[in-house]
Design a protein around this ligand. Structure first.
Ligand code: ARG
Length: 582
């Protein structure tokens, strides 16, 4: 089984292998899709092919064909010998490059039939299934500190990583590893003992805990004993103090409840709400293992450290002088726990790039202690300038509300098709979320970007709103035309260049999904969807469905349906809920 695009490449490779003495797999690797469709649908660079053949012959001590010396002549020669067949209409030489044009009708038939048959699995129906378990650690905010832009990115990118692993046949265990333990939490608890207010806590835990956090941190700035109290508090917790643990459980449960409603709004969920507090019983095991391996040394001030200098990873502290654990100790304990609970084949940590050095230490120690090799830090850059109109602190809920309001205003101004108030609320919320998500996923993850309300909600720019608009518009064609989607229209009627461009883009989707999976870069899919949306919109200008002869309407209908289905699948994979009208 193969994708439609691959079948056409195979048809080219097959003929070319006898014309060039080159193996089909090598040719398949080198056949490209040109940027502009006036250059055909596929191209092959002969200098590149020559280089590959030279490489091959160096490895096997055989000779390369003479033609390699003059790629331009070679390209002409191949073009003249190429015999058009059912799939490939012609081959032309353009300097040292060969350009291939597909047989239009056959191409339409293959591409659209694939989409029709695979429908909601189009894009990954042919992907290899991994049948393995992956643990994905994402979002992971700290209950003792505010949710920040980095947590938002982790939530978005982690959710994407989860979805794309699922379609690739992984059993995914999505874990929210809360920062709900440690000295930081001790500080919040000390603050809560002073400034905590039960009513405010019940009413709005996230904002109230933030208030407490701000006050106690200010105090800690002038009063060094606050820090000592935080340490002492945490020590009590690690020793099992009932009162301290009761408060901790309450704050934790309430925080989780409020996070859940916001995650729900974003369409994000977790298999497990875990956290640094959940690994306590594994810490002694980790410490024992470290000692057994003779890795631990005691520092001047009585802490336990591991020397990782030989790997250029500095020194890693695993225990404080007072016997308490650290972030690193808990991550190591957590690895042990996850292996025991889930038996994972690989584990991903979706966390900002500022923790890169830290994760290098975790992974090195994970390898030294447990032999894990499949640990990956899915890192990302910062968001600059993210704030709501109310102030500079980032509350996820405020961000989503601001986005929604802005869209609502826009919908009112632009006379939206949606009139029902209820539907308008839902649609504006989904559009706001799409805008945030797409802005976050449109560039490579490690790039920093600056948050911009104007840019991200611009319906005409490359934004989430634009993608939704393209989807809704394609849905509109289906609603308004009186033609049904049938699998076997007369494919020969789809002759216009706009139709071919669109089908060509549709055919590329499976490759985009695969490449995005390998790099865990959602921008591959986002940018592809921008192109697909532009091509769809160009096609809607010229390829009318409504009021056309039934045969023509049916052919065009299937084309738009396939574009819409591809857009739908792509958006869903990104964690965006496609909108049918707006
Ligand atoms: N809570 C941490 C933070 O906000 C992120 C946790 C990431 N996951 C992990 N296993 N260390 O920085």
């Amino acid at each position: 089984m193969s994708t439609a695009a691959l079948r056409f490449k195979q048809a080219i490779a097959k003929q070319l292998s006898s014309l060039t003495q080159c193996s089909e797999p090598l040719l398949l690797d080198l056949i490209r899709v040109p940027k502009k469709s006036r250059d055909g649908q596929f191209t092959l660079s002969l200098p590149q092919l020559g280089a590959a053949l030279r490489q091959q012959s160096n490895n096997s001590n055989s000779s390369t064909p003479n033609a390699v010396q003059d790629p331009t002549a070679w390209s002409k020669e191949i073009a003249s010998k190429f015999i058009p067949d059912q799939m490939i209409a012609d081959a032309t030489a353009q300097g040292p490059t060969l350009q291939f044009r597909v047989a239009n009708t056959e191409f339409m038939k293959q591409v659209l039939t694939h989409v029709y048959n695979e429908h909601s699995t189009y894009g990954w129906a042919h992907a290899p299934q991994h049948n393995q378990t992956v643990v994905i650690d994402y979002s992971s905010p700290n209950i003792a500190k505010p949710f920040h832009a980095g947590h938002l990115r982790s939530t978005i990118l982690g959710n994407f990583a989860k979805r794309i692993h699922e379609i690739m046949g992984y059993r995914v265990v999505g874990v929210n590893y809360l920062g709900d333990w440690g000295k930081q939490y001790g500080l919040l608890a000390v603050g809560f003992e002073r400034y905590g207010d039960q009513d405010k806590l019940m009413h709005d835990p996230i904002h109230h805990l933030y208030e407490v956090y701000v006050r106690i941190n200010q105090e800690a700035k002038h009063d060094p004993t606050v820090d000592q109290q935080a340490n002492a508090y945490f020590k009590r917790m690690e020793q099992g103090d009932t009162d301290a643990l009761a408060l901790w459980r309450r704050l934790r449960d309430m925080s989780i409840e409020s996070y859940k409603s916001i995650y729900g709004r974003l369409g994000v969920s977790f298999e497990v709400y875990s956290g640094e507090s959940q690994v306590e019983s594994y810490i002694p095991k980790v410490n024992a293992l470290l000692r057994e391996k003779g890795l631990v040394e005691t520092t001047q001030d009585g802490a336990s450290a591991i020397d990782l200098e030989q790997y250029s990873l500095g020194k890693a502290i695993v225990q404080r002088a007072d016997g308490t654990s650290l972030y690193l100790t808990r991550d190591l304990a957590c690895l042990m726990m996850r292996q025991e609970l889930y038996g994972f084949d690989k584990a991903l940590y979706v966390v900002g790039s500022e923790q890169q050095g830290y994760f290098r230490q975790v992974f090195k120690l994970g390898e030294m202690l447990f032999g894990f090799k499949n640990l990956q830090h899915v890192s990302f850059g910062r968001i600059q300038g993210m704030s709501t109109r109310q102030g500079t602190a980032v509350f996820l809920e405020d961000i989503l509300n601001t986005a929604q309001e802005q869209i609502l205003q826009y919908m009112e101004k632009e006379k939206s098709h949606v009139k029902d108030r209820q539907e308008m609320t839902t649609v504006s919320d989904q559009l706001g979320i799409s805008a945030i998500l797409v802005q976050d996923m449109k560039s490579k993850r490690n790039k920093d970007y600056s948050f911009s309300w104007e840019r991200m909600t611009d319906a005409k720019g490359d934004t989430g709103v634009f993608l939704q608009y393209a989807h809704a518009r394609a849905c509109g064609i289906e609603r308004n035309a009186d033609a049904a989607v049938i699998p076997t229209p007369d494919f020969g009627l789809l002759k216009e260049p706009e139709a071919l461009d669109l089908a060509q883009l549709i055919s590329q989707f499976p490759e985009m999904v695969e490449s995005s999976f390998n790099s865990l870069e959602p921008c591959t899919i986002v940018n592809y969807l921008f192109k697909l949306s532009h091509a769809t919109s160009a096609a809607t200008q010229v390829l009318w469905v409504k009021g056309q002869e039934p045969e023509l309407a049916a052919a065009r209908m299937l084309l738009f349906w396939a574009a819409r289905t591809t857009l739908f699948n792509g958006l869903s994979l990104l964690g965006i809920k496609p909108i049918e009208r707006m």
